[in-house]
Each structure stands twice: as structure tokens, then as C-alpha cells.
Design a protein around this ligand. Structure first.
Ligand code: FES
Length: 193
């Protein structure tokens, strides 16, 4: 193939109409309400939430699974929504930070305010979703990488080391970690239940 032919092919590709993108239809529960979307199967859950459903409480930090700002719950388990294709939540129950507060602030939200556990606040929705999930994980006896005794032993005790480890997927650029651990401790210990 000569350069002339290649150039003609490239020009034709650039001017050709984009190939039709097929969509998938998904039905799921979002913060307790039924939701239905038809979307490109390549769309992430994060983009579907923010761009299609206008729930902008879930934040896009790194968009590659490193910061935790996009953490939401899918069937009660925390996931990075930037790494989750929206199509995979078909039939699932998704909870975002908007779903935590109904009539009043959820305990976790009150604890973060009381402990001043943020500065700019960008990572805070993800921090709070992780907090809610980790308290539930501990209640069900799920160990972490720093749990000393891995034998089934009832609910896991959330020491500060455990909290730090279990929150380690959520990065805070302002460095509010001491206050975040205090807020999680309050929620885990029931003082904000
Ligand atoms: Fe998903 Fe950073 S935006 S982990």
C-alpha cells in the first residue's frame, strides 16, 4: 500500500459516520427507587450516575480506581463506581451518598461534621460510603489485612488500626485522616448510631 492510498483511507475513515453504538437496557434500584436506563455498555456506573442521573454527590477523582472518591454501595458492598460498568448493576440495589440522608442527616454524615473530618470535602462522599460499608463488614466478622485472629469470632473489633486499614482505599488530599478515623470510630462504636 503506498502512502497515497493510506492517506485516502484515513481521510475516508475520518469523514465516515460513526458506527452505530448499540445500547443495553438496565433496571436497578437507586437509593430505594426503581430506575431504568438505556446506555452504551461501555459507560461506567460513575458516569451513569453523574451524567445521566445527575447525582453528582459521587465524585470523580482519578477515574482509575486509586482514590475512592467514587465509592458507592452495590447490594450493600462498596465498589469503585469508576471501575464498574453500569450494565453490571442490572437488577442490583445501588446506594449513593444522596441515599444516606433521607429525612435527616445519616449518623455517618453527622459524625463527619462533628469531627470536622474534611477540608475541601471532595473525597468526603466516598469516605462516608466506605465508613458505612466497613461498619457492616465488621459486624459480619469480615477480617482485614491487619486482623490478627482470622478464626470466625463474631463481629470484628474496629480498632484505629483496623479503621485505618479498612479506609485505606479512600485518599484525602487535605490529610484529614486523624479526624476521619475519629468519625468512623464514633459511627462504629455506636456513639452516632
Ligand atoms: Fe474512582 Fe478515583 S474516581 S477510584
Amino acid at each position: 500500500m503506498g502512502f497515497g492510498t493510506f492517506g485516502a483511507d484515513a481521510a475516508q475513515a475520518a469523514s465516515a459516520p460513526p458506527a452505530a453504538v448499540s445500547t443495553v437496557k438496565i433496571r436497578f434500584t437507586l437509593n430505594g427507587k426503581a430506575e431504568e436506563l438505556a446506555l452504551d455498555p461501555r459507560v461506567t456506573l460513575l458516569d451513569a450516575l453523574r451524567e445521566r442521573l445527575h447525582l453528582t454527590g459521587t465524585k470523580k477523582g482519578c477515574d482509575r480506581g486509586q482514590c475512592g472518591a467514587c465509592t458507592v454501595l452495590v447490594d450493600g458492598r462498596r465498589v469503585n463506581s469508576c471501575l464498574t460498568l453500569a450494565a453490571t448493576v442490572d437488577g442490583a440495589a445501588v446506594t449513593t451518598v444522596e441515599g444516606l440522608a433521607q429525612a435527616k442527616l445519616a449518623a455517618v454524615q453527622a459524625a463527619f461534621i462533628e469531627r470536622d473530618a474534611f477540608q475541601c470535602g471532595y473525597c468526603t462522599p466516598g469516605q462516608m460510603m466506605s465508613c458505612v460499608a466497613l461498619v457492616d463488614e465488621a459486624k459480619h466478622g469480615m477480617p482485614s489485612a491487619v486482623t490478627a485472629d482470622l478464626r470466625p469470632n463474631g463481629p470484628a473489633r474496629l480498632t484505629d488500626d483496623e479503621i485505618r486499614e479498612r479506609m485505606s482505599g479512600n485518599i484525602c488530599r487535605c490529610g484529614c485522616y486523624v479526624n476521619i478515623v475519629a468519625a468512623v470510630r464514633d459511627v462504629a462504636g455506636g456513639s452516632r448510631a
